[in-house]
Design a binder for this molecule. Structure first.
Ligand code: GLU
Length: 307
C-alpha cells in the first residue's frame, strides 16, 4: 500500500494524542522497559491520549516468538493495557520496502556489499595515527567509510546473488532535506503538563551513511520506526534517552518521506551498577526474575521511580 494512502488515515484520531510503547522481542523485558511503558501510560493519562503497543520484531535473526508471548504476559502482569491489537513490524515488510523505494527513487540510497571484516579493516586503515581518524556516531560506532569501501561496494565487482544492504547517502539526503525544509529540528516536550517545546537541532549528519535495509532483512529500525509512527498516527513519541540523538535521523527520514512530525519526550534511563543502561541479558533486573522473587507490580513501579 503506498505511503500516500496511509497518511490521511494516520491523522485520523479524533484529535486525541496517540502514544506507543515499542519493545523489541530480543529478550525478556527489564526494569528499563517497565519505566518506558509506565511513562507512556502516564503521558497517555495526562493528555487523554490513546496507548498503543508495537512489537518491533523486524530483526528476524534475533527476535523470538517466545519473547513476544513473555512480554505480553509481563505487561499484563504490570496491569498495563493497550488498545487492541499490537502491531507487529514483521508483518509489514512491504511498507518498509515502499518507503525504501521512495528514497531510492530520489537517488538517496546505495548498495553496500562490504562485510563486517572489510568494514573493520577500512576503519582500521583510516584510524592510522597519521590520519585524522574516523568519526564516530552518537552511539560510538565509527561512521561508514564509504570512500575507502568504494571498490568493495562496486556492484560490477559483485555477483548477482550476493547480498547487500541499502545505506542512506547522507550527503545527498542532507542536500535534499535542505531543499525541503531548512533547518531541521525536533520538538522536545519536558512533561505532559507543559505546553511548550524545546527545539532541538536534528544534526542527522552525525550518523553518516546509516543502513536502512539490512542484508538479512529488508528494513532497519530507523526506517521502520518512522514509517510506523506515521502509519499509527503517533503524536507523542515517549522513549528512553538512549534514542535521543537517533531522533535527529528520524526527523530527516520523516522529512524526506513527507511523514508527519510527532512531539518527542526522552525520559531518563535506569542504569545498572556499572553505570551502563540495563541489558536484556542481565537477570537481576528482568521482570520475570523479579516476579519469581515475589516482587509485586506496585513495587516494580516504585523501583522504576514511578509512584
Ligand atoms: N524498539 C526499541 C527498543 O526496544 C524502541 C524504539 C522506540 O521507542 O522508538 O529499544
Amino acid at each position: 500500500m503506498p505511503l500516500c494512502y496511509i497518511l490521511p488515515v494516520a491523522n485520523q484520531s479524533n484529535n486525541r494524542p496517540v502514544l506507543r510503547f515499542a519493545p523489541s522481542p530480543t529478550g525478556h523485558l527489564h526494569l528499563g522497559h517497565a519505566l518506558s511503558a509506565f511513562e507512556n501510560e502516564r503521558w497517555a493519562a495526562a493528555t487523554g491520549g490513546r496507548l498503543l503497543l508495537r512489537i518491533e520484531d523486524i530483526d528476524t535473526t534475533r527476535c523470538r516468538p517466545e519473547f513476544v508471548a513473555a512480554l505480553l504476559e509481563d505487561l499484563a502482569w504490570l496491569d498495563l493495557s493497550f488498545e487492541p491489537w499490537p502491531r507487529r513490524q514483521s508483518e509489514h515488510f512491504d511498507l518498509y520496502r515502499e518507503a525504501l523505494d521512495r528514497l531510492a527513487g530520489m537517488g538517496l540510497l546505495y548498495r553496500s556489499y562490504a562485510s563486517r571484516t572489510e568494514i573493520a579493516a577500512a576503519i582500521d586503515r583510516a584510524d592510522h595515527p597519521r590520519d585524522p581518524g574516523i568519526t564516530r556516531d552518537p552511539d560510538g560506532t565509527p561512521l561508514y567509510p564509504r570512500a575507502a569501501l568504494a571498490a568493495a561496494d562496486d556492484p560490477a565487482k559483485r555477483g548477482p546473488t550476493e547480498p547487500f544492504a541499502f545505506r542512506l547517502d547522507m550527503t545527498a539526503a542532507l542536500a535534499k532535506a535542505a531543499v525541503l525544509v531548512p533547518p531541521l529540528f525536533w520538538r522536545e516536550q519536558a512533561s505532559p503538563q507543559e505546553a511548550g517545546f524545546e527545539a532541538i537541532p536534528a544534526a542527522p549528519e552525525r550518523w553518516g551513511d546509516v543502513v536502512l535495509a539490512r542484508k538479512e532483512f529488508p528494513a532497519s529500525y530507523h526506517l521502520a520506526v518512522v514509517v510506523d509512527d506515521a502509519l499509527q498516527g503517533i503524536t507523542h513519541v515517549v522513549r528512553g534517552r538512549d534514542l535521543y540523538h537517533a531522533t535527529g535521523l528520524h526527523r530527516l527520514l520523516q522529512t524526506l518521506l513527507g511523514l508527519p512530525e510527532p512531539i518527542y519526550h526522552h525520559h531518563g534511563l535506569i542504569l545498572g551498577p556499572d553505570g551502563e543502561k540495563l541489558s536484556k541479558s542481565a537477570r537481576s533486573t528482568s521482570l520475570r526474575v523479579l516476579r519469581a522473587d515475589g516482587v509485586t507490580p506496585a513495587q516494580i513501579r516504585g523501583m522504576a521511580g514511578i509512584v
